[in-house]
Design a protein around this ligand. Structure first.
Ligand SMILES: Nc1ncnc2c1ncn2[C@@H]1O[C@H](COP(=O)(O)OP(=O)(O)O)[C@@H](O)[C@H]1O
Ligand SMILES: [Mg+2]
Length: 314
């Protein structure tokens, strides 16, 4: 029997606001991530990727469905009961320093959880901070400096060191290289890939850019307006995308796409989550929509090739 997943979501739903202003940002998502596995999560901006990643970590309120972490249903756990699990699940943000105190040194930023959670004394914490900084390619003296003294790539290395400090099993990487110059992007991606391999880390790796997840993800899930529309092994999915939306995304990155003359990059913006089309939510932008696509929402189901797919006319 296969080992139980480390992270599992079932029917997960997240809503922002109330009444007529409510927006359903995540509209019923099932996913599972095995120990040591990297699941790439792709889709256009606004489709709900960050919200999904945060809901899995219980950083935004869950409106419906369940989240399990290492066999424990954490959906309704009070924060107190969640506290022992928190160190095991971390997040790396697009700009980790937006959330950090600009007057705290890097040594404090990385070292604080070591005091607060592990109770390490000053000397032990300093040694551990130095080791973490070295691991992400920074120097020991960087611990004395303030956030504004670092470049974008260095800041992201610090964000990674901070996420690693408590030795997690799972990290949500939310667009971790999207704010970086192209020249620095590959270095930070390689660092994440190396660390993942060393530590057997599981990750939910979020990016609107398919070429970023290509190198690190084992499997990929494609999200559209709050739902997963296709998922499968990364290589298969990029070589043979099946959902018209995935095909359009892949076609917009010519280098990774299979030669597919019929797929064209998608135009315009997705509809607002306030006005989701009835039936298939991709219908209003789909070149292959049929009358039946307006009548019902296609379920995410295994197709003949073992791909999970939500489409009546792939
Ligand atoms: N705090 C919030 N309050 C209200 N709406 C939000 C909030 N955060 C995100 N949204 C909305 O939820 C939807 C999904 O957003 P998000 O999860 O950030 O998508 P992504 O990460 O894919 O760009 C968008 O329509 C966004 O405007
Ligand atoms: Mg986002």
């Amino acid at each position: 029997m296969a080992e139980a997943p480390l992270v599992e979501a079932a029917g997960l739903a997240v809503r922002y606001g109330v009444g007529a202003d409510a927006v359903t940002a995540v509209a019923g998502v099932d996913l599972a991530i095995a120990r040591g596995e990297v699941l790439g999560l792709v889709g256009e901006s606004g489709c709900g990727k960050s919200t999904l990643g945060r809901a899995i970590l219980r950083l935004v309120p869950v409106h419906g469905g369940r989240v399990r972490f290492d066999g424990t249903d954490i959906t309704d756990l009070p924060e107190r009961a969640l506290r022992p699990l928190r160190p095991r699940m971390q997040i790396v943000f697009q700009d980790p320093f937006a959330a950090l105190n600009p007057r705290k040194t890097v040594g404090q930023a990385v070292g604080d959880p070591l005091h607060a959670v592990l109770g390490l004394d000053r000397t032990m914490a300093e040694m551990k901070v130095a080791a973490l900084l070295a691991r992400v390619g920074l120097l020991p003296e960087h611990a004395e400096r303030l956030p504004h003294e670092f470049s974008g790539g260095q800041r992201q290395r610090i964000g990674i060191a901070r996420a690693l400090a408590l030795d997690p099993d799972f990290i949500v990487c939310d667009e971790p290289v999207s704010a970086l110059d192209v020249s620095v992007r590959a270095q930070v991606l390689n660092l994440l890939a190396d660390i993942r391999a060393e530590r057997g880390l599981a990750m939910l790796f979020i990016s609107h850019d398919l070429s970023v997840v290509e190198h690190i993800a084992d499997r990929v899930a494609v999200m559209y307006l709050g739902r997963i529309v296709e998922s499968g092994p990364a290589r298969d999915l990029f070589a043979g995308p099946r959902h018209p939306y995935t095909r359009a995304l892949v076609a917009s990155v010519p280098r990774i796409g299979a030669t597919d003359d019929t797929a064209v990059p998608i135009e315009g913006d997705p509809p607002s989550p306030r006005s989701v089309p009835a039936g298939c939510r991709f219908r209003s932008r789909c070149p292959r929509a049929l009358p039946c696509c307006a009548a019902a929402e296609p379920p995410l189901a295994v197709d003949g090739a073992g791909r999970l797919l939500a489409c009546f006319n792939p």
